[in-house]
Structures are given as structure tokens and as C-alpha cells.
Design a protein around this ligand. Structure first.
Ligand code: FE2
Ligand code: FE2
Length: 235
């Protein structure tokens, strides 16, 4: 496990969210997962999605259960809201306090980020209140073979694929914000604080990309397969 972190330290928050903390000594991935009661297939799906490996060649998604994936995604949302967003905000505030650029340009960055934040919150709310509970319902119905007409109606009227189609891109606005900082804020002698804001934005963007990849490449295909099977059982 230590080798994996030396190889890519961005895995740190990913393993933390799965319940693994530092201090695991020389243990390998398999033994840590066993000790922490983490399903190894689940662990590998999340790590491979993070590293952007083609998970469909290596993983059988049906072997992973939906609940740990949903819990992982919720923990990620929480991490954005409690850690990463405040970190970006603090750095923007530090930049504003210590820079000499005029007020108008400060407000541009601040307002842009405020808008971004509310979009992100709406996105998170929709997923946690509607999409994830549906995913868990589908998974439970699929494993127990016990489900009602209502669920079948929901599959027919709003299958997971329609969420995938509408799944809004919450990263592109961050790209625009980075460009404001990179291209349009006036030059300053001390670029440290500006770089600090950019570093935090790159980190957030990278993590969000990974999060969306897990939603699109793990959650959606997993649920979609189960929906088809449930509809077939009903017929
Ligand atoms: Fe999400
Ligand atoms: Fe999402």
C-alpha cells in the first residue's frame, strides 16, 4: 500500500474515504482491506477508476455492491464541502488581502467561485436526495428479487441512463476560473498566493474528475445492467 502512495500521492484522500488511515506499516492492499472489512473488488474498482485505468477490461462490476460505492461518493461530496471548497475560499481571501489588484478584479474571482459553489451544492443535493437512494433501491431489488410496481415504473420513466445524459459537467466552470487567474489577473511580483489558489483549484478539479468518472463508469453501468434484469424478471 505504501508503494501505491509513493507512486501517486493523490490517492491519499481516496483511501481515507474508504476508511484507510496512514500508519498501516508494511501491510499490502489485500491485508489492509481484510483488516478494515473493505471489499477488495470495490477497493480495486475505485482505485482503478481514480487512476483512469479502463475498468471494464479488468473488473466485473456486478461483483461490487452498490452501497459502498454510494457511501464512497457521499464521503467525497462531504470532503468537497467541508475541506476543499473552504480551502479554495481561504486562498482566494488571502490573495485578496495581500494583493494590489483593484477591487473589481477581486470580485470577479470571488463571485465566480460563489456561483460555482452554488452549482456544486445543487448537483450534490440532487444526487444525494434522488439518484443515490434510487441506486440503492435498484441494488436491493436486484439482490432480493423483491420489488414493487412503483420501482418498475421508475425504471421505465427515469432510468439511470437519463441521469447519465443530464449529468452536468461540474468541472468546466473550474477551468474558466483557472483561466481568469492564469490569463487575466494583472501581473504581480509575488505570484505565491495566486499559485496557491491555482494549486487548490487544480486539486479540486482533479478530484472532481475522478468522482464523476466513478459516477459515470461504475455507478451508471452497474445500475443499468440491473435495471435491464429487473425489467426482464417482471415480464
Ligand atoms: Fe457526485
Ligand atoms: Fe455528479
Amino acid at each position: 500500500m505504501a508503494d501505491a502512495i509513493h507512486h501517486n500521492h493523490l490517492l491519499l484522500p481516496v483511501i481515507n474515504r474508504m476508511g484507510i488511515q496512514l500508519g498501516f506499516g508494511d501491510q499490502n492492499i489485500e491485508s489492509i482491506c481484510m483488516e478494515k472489512e473493505i471489499d477488495l473488488d470495490f477497493f480495486l474498482v475505485i482505485i482503478n477508476a481514480f487512476l483512469d485505468h479502463d475498468i471494464h477490461n479488468t473488473m466485473k462490476l456486478q461483483t461490487v455492491s452498490a452501497e459502498p460505492v454510494v457511501d464512497y461518493l457521499k464521503a467525497t461530496h462531504q470532503y468537497y464541502i467541508e475541506r476543499m471548497i473552504p480551502e479554495v475560499e481561504n486562498r482566494i481571501n488571502a490573495l485578496i488581502q495581500h494583493s494590489v489588484i483593484d477591487q473589481k478584479q477581486f470580485l470577479l474571482v470571488k463571485n465566480f467561485f460563489e456561483e460555482y459553489k452554488s452549482e456544486l451544492y445543487i448537483h450534490v443535493k440532487l444526487e444525494e436526495e434522488s439518484i443515490y437512494p434510487y441506486v440503492v433501491d435498484i441494488f436491493n431489488a436486484h439482490s432480493s428479487r423483491n420489488f414493487d410496481k412503483e420501482l418498475i415504473e421508475r425504471i421505465k420513466s427515469y432510468p439511470i441512463d437519463s441521469y447519465a445524459e443530464e449529468h452536468s459537467d461540474i468541472e468546466s466552470k473550474l477551468y474558466d476560473l483557472k483561466n481568469i487567474l492564469i490569463k487575466y489577473l494583472p501581473e504581480s511580483k509575488d505570484s505565491f498566493l495566486k499559485n496557491q489558489v491555482l494549486n487548490a483549484l487544480f486539486k479540486l478539479e482533479n478530484d472532481l474528475n475522478d468522482h464523476s468518472r466513478i459516477e459515470n463508469m461504475v455507478l451508471v453501468p452497474m445500475v443499468s445492467e440491473m435495471e435491464v434484469e429487473l425489467l426482464n424478471i417482471k415480464q
